[in-house]
Ligand binder design. Structure first.
Ligand code: NDP
Length: 240
């Protein structure tokens, strides 16, 4: 039986590239998304990968989503927590709702999804969990206290959960992408983006497939000794 992978936010952007790369590795992939039905339908039509709609910030919806996928496809062996949003603004302009939305989806979503697959992975003594953090969680970013805090939290969450999963054959790792050419970055004003690209030693934005390549590395069976790590894929922009 092929292994089953869930990719949250797996229907477009970096998540789409991850879904395709895991499918090409031979896994049966289920791609979650939040609400963009047209994109999800188009994704499934193009790729044949099933798409499942729920909000990863909603704990009960995550539990229900995982059980629907397990009933349809089988036990989940791989979880990629990729879904993420931005609600940018300086502290002066940032509302409590902007803070809560970003923490709930980006960080709460990782907890909700990991919790939903955790008992099964422990019982089967195997799991691969990859959490998508960000360079802005490592370095901070003006106008993003919510996003930087959530992504920084992901890196701590990863290291703590890795320790809990280690004896059960479950690896938990993070990837910290730099600036990648997706809809999320397309929303950054052109002049700001120009300044960002000027600071990337490789001299360009990253490609979604370059993040997916890191995910496939962390998800193969013989990556079992890699756990609690953060893989930075950022064109040399941040080297800590
Ligand atoms: P996109 O905005 O292009 O895609 C986001 C995906 O996440 C979509 O599939 C979207 O679904 C889904 N999603 C958003 N909110 C939720 C939710 N509440 N529940 C379930 N799914 C949700 O993002 P990117 O591909 O650019 O980013 C992917 C990840 O990589 C994010 O975690 C982001 O923070 C991180 N990242 C991105 C960087 C970049 O430069 N692009 C840099 C560093 C990190 P729908 O289509 O329905 O809206």
């Amino acid at each position: 039986m092929t292994k089953v992978a869930i990719v949250t936010g797996g229907t477009r952007g970096i998540g789409e590239a991850i879904s395709l790369a895991l499918r090409d590795m031979g896994l049966t992939v289920a791609a979650n998304y939040a609400g963009n039905d047209d994109k999800a339908r188009d994704f499934t039509a193009r790729t044949g990968i099933a798409a499942y709609k729920w909000n990863v910030g909603d704990y009960d919806a995550c539990v229900d989503g995982v059980s629907r996928i397990e009933a349809a496809l089988g036990p989940v062996a791989v979880l990629v927590n990729n879904a993420g949003i931005t609600r940018d603004g300086t502290m002066k302009r940032m509302s409590r709702d902007m803070w809560d939305d970003v923490i709930d989806v980006n960080l709460g979503g990782c907890f909700n999804m990991a919790k939903a697959v955790w008992d099964g992975m422990n019982a089967r003594k195997y799991g691969r969990i990859v959490n998508i953090g960000s360079i802005n969680g490592q370095a901070g970013q003006y106008g993003q206290v919510n996003y930087a805090a959530a992504k920084s939290g992901i890196h701590g969450f990863t290291k703590a959960l890795a320790q809990e999963g280690a004896r059960a054959g479950i690896t938990v790792n993070a990837i910290a992408p730099g600036y990648i050419d997706t809809d999320m970055v397309a929303a950054v004003p052109e002049d700001v983006l120009g300044k960002i690209v000027a600071r990337i030693p490789v001299g360009r934005l990253g490609r979604a497939e370059e993040i997916a390549r890191g995910v496939t590395f962390l998800c193969v069976e013989d990556a079992g000794f890699v756990t609690g790590s953060t893989l930075s894929i950022n064109g040399g922009q941040h080297m800590y």
